[in-house]
Design a protein around this ligand. Structure first.
Ligand SMILES: [Zn+2]
Length: 177
């Protein structure tokens, strides 16, 4: 049973990775737990065998510490990703500059301000921005174009975009993340 769960998890993870998408944090965590359990079980059996055969009892703490050292770097990446979500940081797989450029390239767009990109949960990103346009009568078309680009190229589907004919230049280039 545990094997079947493990196989499913591994297969799912591999598939996601091929798609170039971010691995879901929950699956990453579950996979790590299975890895820790499996390696831990093997460690206990090996330690028991060595103690049984040689009576060298120090092997038990040595293997425990070894396991801990083995798991720390694997846990670290989960801690880093979780922290990024909690701190609402820019998702590591997205480039702030690329998104800014992509929006500026849309016909009718003359400026972009207050661009914020953050991670709601792993695999789900949100964006908000003020977009200055040449002709506010084209707002609807431009908004659709922006959302299409964000969804197709950057997989961002949660957006809040304010279309403006003018934006005070003072907070340009402040690049708030
Ligand atoms: Zn504005």
């Amino acid at each position: 049973m545990q094997n079947r769960i493990k196989n499913t998890l591994f297969r799912k993870t591999d598939k996601r990775k091929q798609d170039g998408q971010v691995e879901d944090l929950n699956i990453h965590g579950a996979r790590l737990e299975l890895l820790g359990d499996s390696v831990g079980s093997v460690g206990v059996i090996v330690a028991a065998l060595i103690i049984y055969l040689t009576d060298y009892r120090l092997v038990d703490p040595i293997i425990s510490v070894g396991l801990a050292i083995f798991m720390i770097p694997r846990t670290w990446s989960i801690i880093k990703k979780s922290m990024n979500i909690l701190m609402e940081g820019t998702p590591s797989n997205l480039s702030y500059e690329d998104i800014q450029k992509a929006i500026l390239q849309i016909r009718g767009v003359t400026g972009i301000f207050e661009l914020h990109i953050w991670c709601i949960t792993s695999g789900m990103n949100a964006l908000s921005a003020h977009v200055v346009v040449m002709d506010t009568e084209c707002s609807n078309r431009i908004l659709q174009d922006i959302n299409a680009v964000l969804e197709k190229r950057f997989k961002i589907s949660h957006t809040t975009i304010q279309i403006e004919g003018y934006h005070p230049a003072k907070d340009s280039k402040t690049q708030e993340y």
